[in-house]
Design a protein around this ligand. Sequence first.
Ligand SMILES: Cc1cc2nc3c(=O)[nH]c(=O)nc-3n(C[C@H](O)[C@H](O)[C@H](O)COP(=O)(O)O)c2cc1C
Length: 186
Amino acid sequence: MDLPSHEPDPQRFRQVLGHFASGVTVITGMHEGEPAGFACQAFTALSIDPPLVLFCPAKASGTWPRIARVGELGVNILSAEQRDLARKFGVTAADKFDGVSWSSADNDAPIIDGVLAWATCTVETVHDAGDHFIVTARVTGFGDSRPGDPLLFYRGRFTLSATTDRDALPEVVDTLLAWPRYADWM
Ligand SMILES: Cc1cc2nc3c(=O)[nH]c(=O)nc-3n(C[C@H](O)[C@H](O)[C@H](O)COP(=O)(O)O)c2cc1C
């Protein structure tokens, strides 16, 4: 007998695929003298030789086209203490960098203080993929990494482990309250 399966409607898409846990990055760039950045969970190391990473910005993102125009970016891998930064960089806002301490990397990309690890990259390819782009970027440098726990994202929540949050409120409740554009993402 076939296993029962469900239509891949948007709500089920988020609910089912939110089980795939990940870290959280902030992809940054310097556009016309202004720092730009957006939280990005859809990130992975891709190739060692040549050194490539991959991430997926939504076509609806206002920040991505500004970073793409410059073609130079920073990947900031957030620590567990940086939930608030993930929230701040996870919504459309004019002032995402207000109150955020950061320094410029040698490609001008903003590197946020306190991140676990960071890399500078140059955009290599941008592929069309549904409501997102698939971007590959060549790593041009790594900063020093520091010890600490990573910020983890699982079923629409920030968490330290998948099991401890099992009895927490359904993810949609607090995220809808906290993130105006939550529905765009997970
Ligand atoms: C934890 C988390 C992970 C996210 N991951 C992604 C992602 O992988 N790709 C993406 O396009 N947006 C992602 N977002 C949403 C974007 O950060 C958000 O849409 C963007 O910052 C909106 O601002 P903008 O219009 O200036 O681009 C994520 C948000 C959060 C909070």
